[in-house]
Design a protein around this ligand. Structure first.
Ligand code: UGA
Ligand code: MN
Length: 325
């Protein structure tokens, strides 16, 4: 009797071991994160590894041995995604951290994006430095103050800051062959859909698309015929060669590097003309690449945050703690 039990035990033993090993392997596999990890090492481009590009999850069997074996295979190497460089001018004001928080929450969901944040200030502020260190994004933190004489209503904003971003990009790529890249000027107060980044990533030279809530209209857009831009739907100065807002175009890194003198100009530039003056230096209307379904979809909105009411803010600090807002 005893020996029968023993022999049964030895027959079953390998099977029991196999089941234990399989259960163990299964529980060791980490659960896929719902969203890309929020806090990986910031600063350097590419550190933290490539994150998930915007794409739908593959459908297919979720359970079973077959799936498990499949997931252990190496994924096929992906062609290199062009890096999106987003240049954001920003300045100190009560809503600054709130604006930057919204922006970072968007950018964190975009694969291979490098954020060039340029403070309109004589030095890097602690608020922005601390914010970027925790933002979980590859980023570069620059600063340049707008000369006082240009800080007047009616004059263009953020000229020096965008130029500082351009100079950094050119300097960074001066010695190496340009990696594929796309530059986009992302003001800190606009609203950006994730689809916009998919559209702009395929920019070959200069791409354009509609912008919502701008120019005194619900939207402005390039008019497209047979895949080419032939005019502009706009409520404001339709005579501009490129009647488009800063949020309505992207430029390939290659074009930025091969036009080293193209910058935003103070002299002779009026508000609302900066975009047109800049684009004139690097492209022609015929060359523009329409995105967003031949410029029929709004994927970015020129939202503006209202000035906050601080009427009840005490003159001197009354609270027992000091809080960054
Ligand atoms: C419109 C355009 O959408 C801007 O791209 C353009 O720079 C601006 O007009 C202009 O007049 O030059 P608007 O909403 O009126 O935009 O401008 P803001 O959002 O106030 O400023 C644009 C960017 O410059 C923002 O990212 C903002 O943070 C930054 N900024 C603004 C500064 O860095 N310094 C300032 O003194 C003001
Ligand atoms: Mn704005």
């Amino acid at each position: 009797m005893k020996s029968v039990l023993f022999s049964r035990f030895f027959i079953l033993l390998p099977w029991i071991l196999i089941v234990i090993i399989m259960l163990d392997v299964d529980t060791r596999r980490p659960a896929p994160p719902l969203t890309p990890r929020p806090y990986f090492s910031p600063y350097a481009a590419g550190r933290g590894g490539p994150r998930l590009p915007l794409r739908s999850r593959r459908a297919g069997p979720v359970r079973g041995v077959e799936k498990r074996n499949e997931s252990r295979q190496q994924p096929p190497p992906q062609p290199q995604l062009p890096t999106i460089y987003a240049i954001t001018p920003t300045y100190s004001r009560p809503v600054q951290k709130a604006e930057l928080t919204r922006l970072a929450n968007t950018f964190r969901q975009v694969a291979q994006l490098h954020w060039i944040l340029v403070e309109d200030a004589a030095a890097r502020s602690e608020l922005v430095s601390r914010f970027l260190a925790r933002a979980g994004l590859p980023s570069t933190h620059l600063h340049v103050p707008t000369p006082r004489r240009y800080k007047r209503p009616g004059l263009p904003r953020a000229t020096e800051q965008r130029n500082a971003g351009l100079a950094w990009l050119r300097q960074r790529h001066q010695h190496q062959r340009a990696q594929p890249g796309v530059l986009f000027f992302a003001d800190d107060d606009n609203t950006y859909s994730l689809e916009l980044f998919q559209e702009m990533r395929t920019t070959r030279k200069v791409s354009v698309w509609p912008v919502g809530l701008v120019g005194g209209r619900r939207y402005e857009r390039p008019l497209v015929e047979n895949g080419k831009v032939v005019g502009w739907y706009t409520g404001w100065r339709a005579d501009r060669p490129f009647a488009i807002d800063m949020a309505g175009f992207a430029v390939s890194l290659q074009v930025i590097l091969s036009n080293p003198k193209a910058v935003f100009k103070r002299r002779g530039s009026q508000p609302g003309m900066q975009e047109s003056d800049f684009l004139k230096q690097i492209t022609t209307v015929e060359e523009l690449e329409p995105k967003a379904n031949n410029c029929t979809k709004v994927l970015v909105w020129h939202t503006r945050t209202e000035k906050v009411n601080l009427a009840n803010e005490p003159k001197y600090h009354l609270d027992t703690v000091k809080i960054e807002v």
